[in-house]
Design a protein around this ligand. Structure first.
Ligand code: MSP
Length: 659
């Protein structure tokens, strides 16, 4: 095992809803980083997991009629749950922590006790606003128009006994950490933290609650549960075995090399987390990196805004690797990015289909076409290289260094840009050397042609090695197509021009990144989205039963009769109405119009016995009079209204009263 260690984490996710592509953004970035470090020969620990406690989860479980544990189990382990999504996205995590895991729960109790015993956690009174019907505490700023954000009712001033963490005690040390070191990046986040939170004065933090129960109990004071963020942040050390016996990697991996986190939770990671570690007397993580959000339509993607993008739909349509690549190629990691399907398709077409895909397919096809199974031995070191050969060789040989410089700063977009500059140069090199023209006179130009094609294979190989952390599966296929053996897929080989054998056997294979028809794909995505929305709806929706009571006499005033359909016709210019001529037992025909055309063909209803209410006042529709109403059953199926006429036994005579 390598003595070079690298410990990287993602935030642990709230399993309150299914995850979306915004959540996948951070995890994909972490995965690319972890794979890059493994490629470099590091012994990597990549941790992810789920943050399963808190009032929100408790409420959601109640709504769903299950226990909180059943609720989170389904979102974490169930179909299309968190673990499924990471499998789909090819996330190579080494460890997955759930904050409901027994070892974590007892470690949190010990951590809380230690901070209590050293005087950093003390008992006090939490003052806030309280909504009685919801049994919820709120802070002033959480209220909406001064009312409960959940139910909109009046709140009252209330107090709750609670434990507090002496955050204020660590304010100066945390400020120095932020201002004087590179602990928090990008640098702009430091200013946000210092100006918005530290300068106004850090107050002690309420770290226990008694108003809900779905949390880790404070073992020395039953009735209190540990504040979710104390529980959640500690995952980074409990998952290594801190204060528990489940794992024994704390000494080996802590402190973390980097915590990747979204910008809205930088505050917890760069102020509260270091202060907690200071209190525990443990080393601080080396770095916190606050990345930007993936927005959609200019706003943060989130379930409540209804603008989430489903990773399953995109992965199915475009492939996981293309999706992973897109997220890190298109947006600078430290800033927000606006996701659009057009941008995704454009990136796939330009970078992957045109630039990379073409380079691979053209090169391998030309080797096979002009030389058969492989290039002639010795073509790598052909004695008469041109200046353009030298230029390509130098650019490709120096790529690893330029790429590494960007990866070390988590600048994935720039690292990929470096690779694509080389790919573009290689495509230009094909056009400059026009292999098809050289091939016309193989006797004279054969050695030159072989050398040109070798240079292209070798450039492709180097780019492939460095793209592996981003697109692991596709690069495996690329290596197979250019005939690269295991030893020329390594980090060392990426800076060693000529590692590919000149008699390696390339074989043009499936198109790695097929070009996408923008219009067709956009239409397909729209349809897939609509279907997903429909599928997510409860299959059957039935109107709630009426609460208001009707007295018997009022009910009896409604005159329901069996009626027989003598004729049924569509109504001109209406796609809703059918015109019924009915026998209601009186001897005279009765005309009723019914909005049922979407569900029945007129002819199939002739002769049927239906039920009508016959004492409604006449109503005109589309210039025709309707005398009564046919009774039907109404419900919703997959969000759409469905109607079924009440068709009764034909033995019932026309005019029979229903009561
Ligand atoms: N449970 C906390 C983290 C605790 S870490 C000790 C949490 N969970 S979360 O599920 O709400 O968010 C997890 C991560 O996903 C956060 O870093 C958040 O920024 C990120 N994202 C959620 N939506 C996002 C986008 N639309 N774009 C990018 N990242 C986003 O916070």
């Amino acid at each position: 095992m390598s003595d070079k260690k690298f410990y990287i984490t993602t935030p642990i996710y709230y399993p309150s809803d299914k995850l979306h592509i915004g959540h996948a953004y951070c995890t994909v970035a972490t995965d690319a980083m972890a794979r890059y470090k493994r490629l470099q020969g590091y012994d990597v620990m990549f941790l992810t997991g789920t943050d399963e406690h808190g009032m929100k989860i408790e409420d959601k479980a109640k709504e769903a009629g299950v226990t909180p544990k059943q609720f989170v189990d389904n979102i974490v382990e169930g179909p299309r749950g968190v673990k499924d999504l990471w499998k789909l996205m090819n996330i190579s995590y080494d460890r997955f922590i759930r904050t409901t895991d027994g070892y974590h729960v007892s470690a949190i109790q010990r951590i809380f006790k230690k901070m209590h015993d050293n005087g950093d956690i003390y008992k006090g009174v939490y003052k806030g606003k309280y909504c009685k019907p919801c049994e919820s505490f709120w802070t002033e700023s959480q209220l909406v128009d001064g009312k409960c954000p959940d139910c909109g009712r009046e709140v009252i001033d209330a107090e709750e006994e609670a434990y507090f963490f002496r955050l204020s005690k660590y304010a100066d040390r945390v400020r120095r950490l932020l201002e004087d070191t590179d602990f928090l990046e990008p640098r702009s986040r430091v200013n946000e933290m210092v100006n918005n939170f530290i300068k106004p004065g850090l107050e002690d933090l309420c770290v226990s609650r008694t108003s809900f129960t779905w949390g880790i109990p404070v073992d020395f004071d039953p009735g209190h549960v540990v504040y979710v963020w104390v529980d959640a942040l500690s995952n980074y050390i409990t998952a290594l075995g801190f204060m528990n016996d489940e794992y024994h990697d704390y000494e080996k991996y802590w402190p973390a090399d980097v915590h990747f986190v979204g910008k809205e939770i930088v505050r917890f990671h760069s102020i509260i987390w270091p202060a907690m570690l200071m209190s525990l007397g443990e080393p601080l993580p080396k770095k916190v990196y606050g990345h930007g959000w993936l927005n959609f339509g200019g706003e943060k993607m989130s379930k409540s805004r209804g603008n989430v993008v489903d990773p399953y739909i995109l992965a199915e349509r475009f492939g996981v690797d293309a999706l992973r690549f897109f997220m890190l190629r298109t947006f600078p990691f430290g800033s927000d990015g606006n996701f659009t399907n057009e941008l995704l398709i454009q990136t796939i077409n330009t970078d992957l289909a045109n630039d990379l895909g073409n380079l691979v397919s053209r090169t391998t096809a030309m080797v096979n076409k002009y030389f058969g199974e492989h290039l002639p031995a010795g073509c790598r070191d052909w004695a008469e290289p041109s200046p353009a050969d030298g230029e390509l060789k130098e650019l490709a040989s120096g790529l690893r260094e330029r790429y590494e410089a960007q990866m070390e700063k988590f600048q994935f977009q720039n690292a990929l840009e470096e690779i694509f500059k080389v790919i573009q140069r290689a495509n230009k090199y094909i056009d400059e050397n026009a292999p098809w023209a050289l091939a016309k006179d193989m006797e004279t130009n054969g050695p030159r042609l072989a050398h040109v094609l070798y240079n292209l294979l070798e450039t492709t190989r180097i780019c492939g090695v460095l793209l592996t952390p981003f697109m692991p599966d596709s690069m495996g296929k690329l290596f197979a197509q250019i005939g690269a053996c295991e030893c020329c897929r390594t980090w060392d080989s990426a800076a060693a021009w000529g590692a590919l054998s000149d008699t390696a056997a390339p074989a043009k294979g499936e198109n790695l990144f097929p070009r996408i028809d923008m219009e067709k794909a956009l239409a397909e995505l729209e349809q897939a989205k609509a279907e997903a929305v429909k599928a997510a709806l409860p299959t059957l929706e039935i109107e709630p039963l009426a609460e208001e009571k009707v007295d018997f006499d009022t009910f009896c005033k409604s005159d329901f009769r069996a009626v027989k359909v003598k004729d049924c016709q569509p109504v001109k210019k209406s796609d809703k109405l059918l015109r019924f001529t009915l026998d209601d037992g009186t001897g005279a025909d009765r005309q009723i119009l019914s909005g049922i055309a979407k569900y029945y063909r007129p002819e199939e209803l002739i002769g049927k016995t239906l039920v009508a209410i016959v004492n409604l006042p006449p109503r005109r529709m589309m210039g025709l009079e309707s005398n009564g109403m046919l009774i039907s059953a109404v419900h919703k199926e997959k969000g759409e209204e469905a109607l079924h006429l009440i068709i009764v036994d034909d033995k019932i005579p026309a005019g029979a009263k229903l009561c």
